[in-house]
Design a protein around this ligand. Structure first.
Ligand SMILES: Cc1ncc(COP(=O)(O)O)c(C=O)c1O
Length: 484
């Protein structure tokens, strides 16, 4: 990367802001707060603006181009969400204010809880978790609280299909459970015989994603849930793929007991470089009393003269607080705006278009790339990134070559059950032109793989960084600029 650091750009004496002369008596700061040497770079406002603008241009984002990152649902974030979140009545409030002074904020949270209940068919919601994985931890701890309260603390296992997202076993293990992997059958569903065999009297529950990470809706979902319930377990639905079900199927109605939503995947709040996400959790009636504290409720219904008073209440057997204050409030405003803007019909259109776009891509792409499981997909599908007649080409080469064509690569090497996986999720907002352009790129890359494989091995050639050691990049991440 050729971009200079702000320390390299620094020039002695240059300033961005000049403070007016102090017109009040100077009050000395406590000595122990002062440092002898504070190596700030010296820059003009213009230098700083250029520096950060240039850095931002090294990144790739959904506002720039196609971003079919399967499992991550990189959907467009409508700009009205931002306008609403920045309204001063929201952005200038503080969670420590008395509840009487933040009634508007509490109404948004209360209404969002209700909208999520309606969309999912659950009886109660916590908005606290900061991301999907955090929601998983909360959900699994709710399952544990339920079993302990029923005198069943011997239940020590969580069953998880082999196509699961890595956060599922991680959250279960973090909550103290051992994880039992359940194989998929040859249609990509949970293998029912393996599930039955694993349903011993020490299971706490099943954690499964539906549609799963292969983009397939489990064809025996009701039977799966029933088998687990018969064994005394609870069913955790990983709701990360809710985008495919909006307005069509409600996980609560299917019999799922607890599920997290990813507001940043389904309800258009930004992914924002790893945060702030938001992972509300919905539960069936039997788990409502255990929810994290507090939740928002009406504490005084009011009358014809007085409006209702909203407040923060602790569920009677709460598992405790999981997030400072009340969660990522700015995300609640954005999700609330998105859901309200669409209405119930619009919400269903989101799912229908997400599924339609994915099936259109799949049909076209499977002419060139092998797509295992010959079924209608939901909002995403997984292709194999290798060719029999180009044995040196791997999914990684194909993904990197896409960068040269100006699109973000799909998720690769996940799920693990597909060889050289390329997991493609177009989302609902992409036009037919964009999808066709992507199909064209995939076909060109397939031809290059056979005719000029070096092009793929050398890719990316147009990105600010060439091919990186991604493990090293993740393990030795450098996030701060150091003084020279
Ligand atoms: C299936 C699935 N489960 C869980 C998660 C974790 O969600 P988060 O990234 O919000 O922690 C994701 C994230 O993409 C996912 O796709």
């Amino acid at each position: 990367m050729t971009e200079k650091t702000i320390y390299e750009l620094s020039s002695p004496g240059r300033v961005g802001v000049r403070f007016p002369d102090c017109d009040v008596p100077v009050s000395p700061l406590p000595k122990d707060l002062l440092r002898e040497n504070l190596p700030f770079p010296e820059l003009s406002e213009f230098d700083v603006v250029r520096h950060f603008t240039n850095i931002s241009k090294l990144n790739y984002c959904i506002d720039q181009g196609f971003y079919p990152l399967g499992s991550c649902t990189m959907k467009y974030n409508p700009k009205i969400n931002e306008s609403m979140a920045r309204l001063p009545g929201f952005s200038f409030t503080h969670p420590l204010q008395p509840v009487e002074t933040i009634q508007g904020n509490l109404v948004i949270m209360y209404e969002l809880q209700n909208l999520l209940k309606e969309i999912s068919g659950f009886d109660a919601i916590t908005l606290q978790p900061a991301a999907g994985a955090h929601g998983e931890l909360v959900g699994i701890m709710l399952i544990r609280a339920y079993h302990v309260a029923n005198g069943e603390s011997h239940r020590s296992k969580i069953l998880i299909p082999d196509s699961a997202h890595g956060t599922n076993p991680a959250s279960s293990a973090m909550a103290g459970y051992s994880v039992v992997s359940i194989p998929s059958d040859d249609r990509g569903n949970i293998d029912l015989e393996a599930l039955k065999a694993a349903c011993t009297d020490d299971i706490a529950g099943l954690m499964f994603t539906n549609p799963n990470t292969l983009g397939l809706f489990d064809e025996h979902v009701l039977e799966v849930i029933d088998i687990v319930h018969q064994a005394g377990g609870l069913v955790y639905g990983d709701g990360a793929n809710m985008n495919a079900l909006l307005g069509i199927a409600r996980p609560g109605d299917l019999g799922i007991d607890v599920m997290h939503f990813n507001l940043h995947k389904t309800f258009s709040t930004p992914h924002g470089g790893g945060g702030p996400g938001s992972g509300p959790v919905g539960v069936a009636e039997k788990l409502a009393d255990f929810l994290p504290s507090p939740v928002v409720d009406v504490i005084d219904p009011g009358d014809s003269e007085t409006p209702p008073l909203y407040g923060l209440v602790a569920p009677p057997r709460s598992i405790g607080r999981f997030k400072a204050f009340h969660g990522h409030f700015g995300m609640f405003i954005r999700a609330y705006t998105y859901i309200s803007m669409h209405g119930s019909e619009g919400i269903r259109n989101i799912a229908e278009n997400a599924v339609l776009n994915a099936n259109y891509l799949k049909k076209k792409i499977e002419k060139t790339y092998r797509v295992p499981y010959d079924r209608i997909c939901m909002h995403e599908f997984v292709a194999e990134g290798h060719f029999d007649d180009a044995p040196d080409i791997h999914a990684l080469d194909i993904a990197k070559r896409m960068i040269d064509y100006g699109v973000h690569p799909p998720t690769n090497y996940f799920p693990l059950v597909v060889k050289e996986a390329l997991m493609i999720e177009p989302t609902e907002t992409e036009s037919k032109q964009t999808l066709d352009a992507f199909i064209d790129i995939m076909q060109k890359i397939a031809a290059e793989a056979k005719n000029d494989p070096q092009l793929l091995h050398d890719a990316p050639t147009t990105a600010p960084m060439r091919r990186m050691d991604e493990v090293k990049a993740a393990k030795e991440l450098v996030l701060k600029e150091k003084p020279l």
